[in-house]
Design a protein around this ligand. Structure first.
Ligand code: URA
Length: 336
């Protein structure tokens, strides 16, 4: 068998093992490896380095001076370990680009594979943290993104794709900048939101603002949007056809905003984002991935917390996990 064929076979086996491992453990993400972890293993293989061209390149270039190792997304000093620098340009009405990650797509795959192998060898059933492995999307410059969000908002305002348009006062697009890399996603507008044209401005919204404040964040630093943009009559849950007519707008918003973490508020948000109708009680507190790339923390909807205040304790645990994932300080946590 040629070198290329045996490499392909090994890759196929590793991918199958990866898939089986994920299925067995219910994991939808991968443990993060630090730069030090990778370096201890001698770094990712050269064929996965930016600029390299596979095994042939490695074989034909015995020079030790290979390309610099790709930075791990969780390396000390990366945006995972420290609060991300403000991502919004002064005066911009929308979010600024995420810090660029000059890593070749292949190095994510190599890194992921190594992480999976290492975790499986250690017999770990659930990684302590996760990192998405798909390459980052192309992030538009601030002005372009701002313009794209504004034109998407105008498109939404004219939408008549489902029956909800007939009873709305106005569409409800989003609020906040998303500069800290967090997006909260709710179900759909209620009466207050329908009247004001902004999400989460009623009682549930006031509680959400308190939750955001307790995280040490400003309400305008996060991005807040809903699965559906028009108020369902009598505040009923949106129907499946209404959700599927509308969720594409949210997906486009997320593509533009590029959050590091999405907090899915309640079962409808989880269903719209992840396509699962599992109950929120089972899902909450367990990291998932949106489009295999963005970390999602499912938690209870603030409207539920208004009815069941005892559940605030669990939501607070979920929000602390979000802060840890972002590398931000966790209020009340011991600093040793
Ligand atoms: N509930 C939601 O899910 N979204 C809002 O915007 C308001 C209340």
């Amino acid at each position: 068998m040629s070198d290329e064929a045996s490499e392909l076979l090994e890759l196929t086996r590793a991918l199958r093992a990866h898939a089986e491992w994920q299925r067995a453990t219910g994991v939808m993400a991968l443990p993060r490896a630090t730069r030090a972890d990778l370096d201890a293993r001698g770094g990712p293989p050269p064929e996965f380095e930016p600029g390299a061209r596979g095994a042939a390149a490695r074989r034909s270039d015995p020079s030790p001076a290979r390309a610099a190792p790709a930075p791990s997304r969780a390396a000390p000093g990366s945006s995972h370990d420290a609060p991300a620098p403000s991502r919004a340009a002064p005066g911009s009405s929308h979010v600024a680009p995420a810090p660029s990650r000059a890593v070749a797509p292949e190095s994510y795959a190599a890194e992921a594979l190594e992480q999976v192998r290492a975790a499986a060898t250690r017999g770990e059933s659930m990684p302590p943290d996760l990192v998405s492995v798909a390459p980052p999307r192309v992030v538009l410059p601030v002005a372009e993104r701002s313009a794209a969000l504004s034109s998407l908002q105008a498109e939404v305002a004219a939408c008549e794709a489902c029956g909800l348009h007939a009873t709305r006062t106005q569409t409800v697009f989003a609020r906040g900048q998303g500069t800290v890399g967090v997006c909260f996603v709710g179900e759909g507008p209620g009466a207050d939101e329908d009247a004001q044209g902004l999400p989460f401005v009623g009682k549930a919204g006031q509680l959400l603002d308190k939750m955001i404040g307790a995280m040490g964040l400003d309400r305008d630093e996060v991005y807040i949007a809903n699965i559906v943009k028009c108020r369902p009559p009598k505040n009923r849950k949106p129907e499946v056809d209404e959700m599927s007519a509308c969720v594409g707008y949210l997906r486009r918003q997320l593509d533009l905003v590029q959050p590091e973490v999405i907090v899915a508020l309640g079962a409808t948000a989880v269903q719209g984002l992840l396509g699962t109708s599992q109950g929120i009680t089972r899902m909450r507190g367990n990291w998932k991935l949106y489009e295999g790339r963005i970390a999602v923390m499912p938690t209870f909807h603030p409207a539920y917390l208004l009815r069941s205040p005892a559940a605030k304790r669990e939501v607070w645990e979920d929000l602390k996990a979000v802060l840890r994932h972002l590398g931000r300080p966790v209020p009340g946590a011991k600093t040793t």
